[in-house]
Design a protein around this ligand. Structure first.
Ligand code: RB5
Length: 148
């Protein structure tokens, strides 16, 4: 069963709840790292533990939601081994998995409506990494992560 972990800041809270309710209807194992209300919270405080848990292999994928998705993507990508992709359309979501082997999806709740957001989530989760030439490129990113 695919293991998914969700997280959001205050701006992404409502959309994160919609995504959780949607995914609970599917065959996923789910965890929710918060936030759990609309009180203001700094997005790195959610992105960091989620990215560490994905990196550690506790989950297959993370989904992070903030106002634009930008802050969550920047923060999550600071963790070695995390490939977080901000997606505002289904084509990008599919390619993020097929080409980039993205392991975290970020969404902007103030940009992307809930209907499209759920389609993006589905496109992301239903797509698989294609390997081949894309693996060579990811190897180069892994090399960069070593500070070389
Ligand atoms: C919060 O106001 C907002 O800055 C945050 O949710 C996110 O959009 C940052 O990238």
């Amino acid at each position: 069963m695919t293991k998914i972990v969700l997280g959001s800041d205050h701006a992404g809270f409502a959309l994160k709840e919609i995504i959780r309710e949607h995914l609970e209807q599917g065959k996923y194992s789910m965890a929710d790292f918060g936030t759990f209300c609309e009180n203001s919270i700094d997005y790195p405080d959610i992105a960091l533990p989620l990215a560490k848990a994905v990196r550690a292999g506790e989950f297959d994928f993370g989904i992070l939601v903030c106002g634009t998705g930008v802050g969550m993507a920047i923060a999550a990508n600071k963790q070695r081994g995390i490939r977080a992709a901000l997606c505002g359309d289904t084509f990008t979501a599919r390619c993020a998995r097929e080409h980039n082997d993205a392991n975290v999806l970020t969404l902007g709740a103030r940009v992307t409506g809930p209907g499209l957001a759920l389609e993006i989530v589905e496109a992301f989760l239903r797509s698989s990494f294609q390997g081949g030439r894309h693996s060579r490129r990811l190897d180069k990113i892994a090399f960069m992560e070593q500070g070389r």
